[in-house]
Design a protein around this ligand. Structure first.
Ligand code: NAD
Ligand code: UDX
Length: 481
């Protein structure tokens, strides 16, 4: 088809839902149907409480749902109706078998591909939206071609494969989708491949300037997604490695980052030191890149990128150790308030959140943990902190972990408050709020800012002993200096 009239998106998750909702918003002439095997998720997309929290998403869905945007579990019908199908299913790290712990699990992608091949009654453009290892499109193509059939009038059903990786970040997904830095479309260098890329490009051109649409070969497009995430995560691990030097020397990591970022070649973004990066993508995609490098016999390349992950693990561990050593080397039965559980602000997503690693560490030290997050549900927190397969662990978690309804409630009687997510409400708390929190805590009251989000001067002024990631020694009182 030269002009796309109906789109199906397989996978109604963090990517498929927002991405295709924005396409529906900007292309009222295209019918967009987002399908999923999970009926609970589809029901939520059709309800008032969407399964994904993203600023601006509710408004987009409310405007389009029932007009040209539909959420459904009838996958076959949506495939048959569509001229273009996004495959936006999950591609988690394999937990068993060959490549365990590194390679991407592609069975959801393959299942979707086989389903398309078996139910399609007309030719389609298939778009790889999921993040996949290099050359996955080749496997998809082989599956589709070996299972192709004929239409009722005897024409061969053909499938064109495109790679169109998604670069949105959670918490800013709608903004990123409305004004992307670039849209990347990879295709085969054949006339049909180019025609398919043009059809997809025209969908985006309903709101994206053509100068931002970059067409490449399939393999470059697939690799660029892994490469972009690796380069971004590498900046964070780099600044986090420097934060350890800052803490040991009294330098200030924000000043160092600012000074370096003034160099136009380096640039200021993505240099915020933190307790460690989280999220469903960075770790998974780098492990995938490491696996790809190893399988190509490039072990030095694999080691190089693996170090980005190792530095991230070290950052989380170093921060957790700092908490325990500062609290006189024991946190057993001490109450620790954890502010923020999502992997970053403005999302309810907790996948690979640094808060999970920290809380598990504190659990092992037998602390009592009180957690507050404005968007993450109690169930999700309890699930994330329970060790799968450990007998009675869910019961043990309930004894050790409580969920608070506000930052103030979380801190009552705590010995330390630990900021894990950079939610605006932590940054915006007033000196009066911090004074009340301080008054309600055990003394000495410690604050550990894993995000460099609160003004340490304000906290010190009300009495806290403050440690901020990447900022000088903990003890600033002249008597101790
Ligand atoms: P997700 O787990 O939120 O959503 C995936 C959905 O696909 C689930 O609802 C699942 O039920 C559904 N699904 C799985 N197999 C299916 C099948 N055979 N048929 C129909 N539905 C099926 O995952 P996500 O965060 O949306 O990520 C999807 C892909 O996008 C991944 O490859 C990820 O790496 C990539 N990606 C994610 C982000 C992000 O910020 N989350 C950003 C860019 C790219
Ligand atoms: C990332 C990529 O940014 C996005 O382009 C890709 O499509 C998916 O993966 P996401 O994981 O949603 O997006 O969020 P991102 O803003 O990249 O943050 C990832 C983690 O890094 C968060 O835990 C964040 O707090 C942390 N981070 C980010 C830092 O610690 N410092 C920074 O300077 C930036």
């Amino acid at each position: 088809p030269t002009q796309v009239r109906a789109i199906c998106c397989i996978g109604a998750g963090y990517v498929g839902g927002p991405t295709c909702s924005v396409i529906a918003l900007k292309c009222p002439h295209i019918k967009v149907t987002i399908v999923d095997v999970n009926p609970v998720r589809i029901a939520a997309w059709n309800s008032d409480v969407l399964p994904v929290f993203e600023p601006g998403l509710d408004e987009v869905v409310h405007e389009c749902r029932g007009r040209n945007l539909f959420f459904s579990t009838d996958i076959d019908a949506a495939i048959q109706e569509a001229d273009l199908i996004f495959v936006s299913v999950n591609t988690p790290t394999k937990t068993s078998g060959v490549g365990k712990g590194f390679a991407a699990d592609l069975h959801y992608v393959e299942a979707s591909t086989r389903r398309i091949a078996s139910v399609a009654t007309s030719s389609k453009i298939i778009v790889e939206k999921s993040t996949v290892p290099c050359r996955t499109a080749a496997s998809m193509r082989t599956i589709l071609e070996s299972n192709s059939s004929y239409t009722a009038d005897g024409t061969l059903i053909s499938f064109q494969i495109l790679s169109n990786p998604e670069f949105l970040a959670e918490g800013t997904a709608i903004r990123d989708l409305l004004a992307p830095d670039r849209v990347l479309i990879g295709s085969l260098d054949t006339s049909q491949g180019k025609a398919a890329a043009k059809a997809l490009s025209e969908v985006y051109q309903n709101w994206v300037n053509p100068s931002k649409i970059y067409e490449t070969g399939l393999w470059s497009s697939e690799l660029s997604k892994l490469a972009a995430n690796a380069l971004l995560a590498q900046r964070i691990s780099s600044i986090n490695s420097l934060s350890a030097i800052c803490e040991a020397t009294g330098a200030d990591v924000d000043e160092v980052a600012h000074a370096c970022g003034l160099d136009a070649r380096i640039g200021p973004k993505f240099l915020k030191a933190s307790v460690g990066f989280g999220g469903s993508c960075f770790q998974k995609d780098i492990l995938n890149l490491v696996y790809l490098s190893e399988s190509l016999g490039l072990s030095e390349v694999a080691d190089y990128w693996h170090q980005v992950i190792k530095m991230n693990e070290y950052s989380k561990e170093r921060f957790a150790r700092k908490v325990v050593s500062t609290l006189f080397n024991t946190i057993t039965m001490k109450k620790i308030a954890v502010l923020g559980f999502a992997f970053k602000k403005d999302t309810g997503d907790t996948r690979e959140s640094a808060a999970i690693t920290l809380c598990k560490y504190f659990r092992q030290e037998r602390a009592l943990i009180s957690i507050y997050d404005p968007k993450v549900t109690t169930n999700q927190i309890m699930l994330d902190l329970t060790e799968p397969g450990v007998v009675d662990d869910a019961e043990q978690v309930k004894k050790q972990v409580t969920i608070a309804k506000s930052m103030k409630e979380a801190c009552v009687d705590a010995e330390a408050v630990i900021i894990c997510t950079e939610w605006d409400e932590f940054r915006d708390a007033s000196p009066q709020d911090w004074a009340e929190i301080y008054a309600s805590m055990k003394k000495p009251a410690f604050a550990f800012d894993g995000r460099g989000v609160v003004d340490a001067k304000i906290l010190r002024a009300v009495g806290f002993k403050v440690h901020t990631v990447g900022k000088g020694p903990l003890i600033v009182d002249p008597i101790w200096a």
